[in-house]
Write a protein that binds this ligand. Sequence first.
Ligand code: ATP
Ligand code: ATP
Ligand code: MG
Ligand code: MG
Ligand code: MG
Ligand code: MG
Length: 273
Amino acid sequence: YRNMANSHYEYVKKFEISDPCLLNCWPVVRIDGKNFHKFSKLHKFKKPNDDRALNLMTKSAESVMNMCHDIVVSYGQSDEYSFVFKKSTATYNRRASKLSSVVVSQFSSAYVFHWKDFFPDQELLYPPAFDSRVILYPSDKNMRDYLSWRQVDCHINNLYNTCFWSLVHSGMTPFTAQDELKGTLASDKNEILFSKFGINYNNLPQLYRKGTVLIREKADVNSSGNDDEEPISEAMDADLNDSKKRKLRKPITALNTDVIGDEFWKKHPHVLN
Ligand code: ATP
Ligand code: ATP
Ligand code: MG
Ligand code: MG
Ligand code: MG
Ligand code: MG
């Protein structure tokens, strides 16, 4: 078989550009649903927040983390998820195109695979697509600021969408609702929600306001007998049978918590190490 590969066509391989992620940096892959404005409408997502859709996103993200053990933390909101690889990852020799493509394809196929469990009464009408990109963060601060940026985005969009859909559900046309909210500050939106709809924004579920963080629990001392166990390498992974793998796998926890302040990072220091 080796000889078959050594044909005079093989020079074309040299056209491939190596695209390694710079050493010492945190590789982050972010995926985002393609045209989910339309997808959510066609599949009758509850507005502004459909729990089924958010939970399906998280299920798909867990599938990605179970495929790749070098992902240390993930953050999701709306139709997007970010996956942070450990700084020293050697997965796919750090090739950006490989990391990006394997994450987004695993995510997409898991989304379709699990659809019926989350939407038992809504047929999947067409195969959805997700885009993906890789971003490299050279410092812990940059990586944390990235996650903070996504969480602030979640908050800003959720505050706006909650106002917008409250106005629309109360009978306003989408156009008028948009006009009503043009130029308003966060404080104005909080006031509209409270005075017109009796909604205290801060009492809405954290799932909507904060998004979802996925982390791995620290290795279970009882199951592995070694708290400092090395992560399973790819080669080793292939040699282990499924039940052994399941035992070594650290359970993934979903949190709807703040990642902007220090508390989260102090509570889960192993994420950064
Ligand atoms: P693009 O292809 O550029 O990403 P898009 O239509 O997906 O276009 P986004 O900015 O990604 O644009 O916005 C995602 C859209 O999906 C939003 O309009 C949002 O309302 C909708 N959406 C995503 N998740 C949910 C959900 N859980 N519940 C209700 N709507 C959702
Ligand atoms: P990697 O993740 O590195 O790509 P791989 O196991 O997918 O690992 P490939 O070199 O891509 O390795 O080889 C694909 C494998 O899938 C081959 O071993 C081949 O036997 C099997 N395969 C793919 N398509 C078919 C098919 N139509 N019928 C039978 N076997 C197939
Ligand atoms: Mg977009
Ligand atoms: Mg999108
Ligand atoms: Mg989006
Ligand atoms: Mg293959």
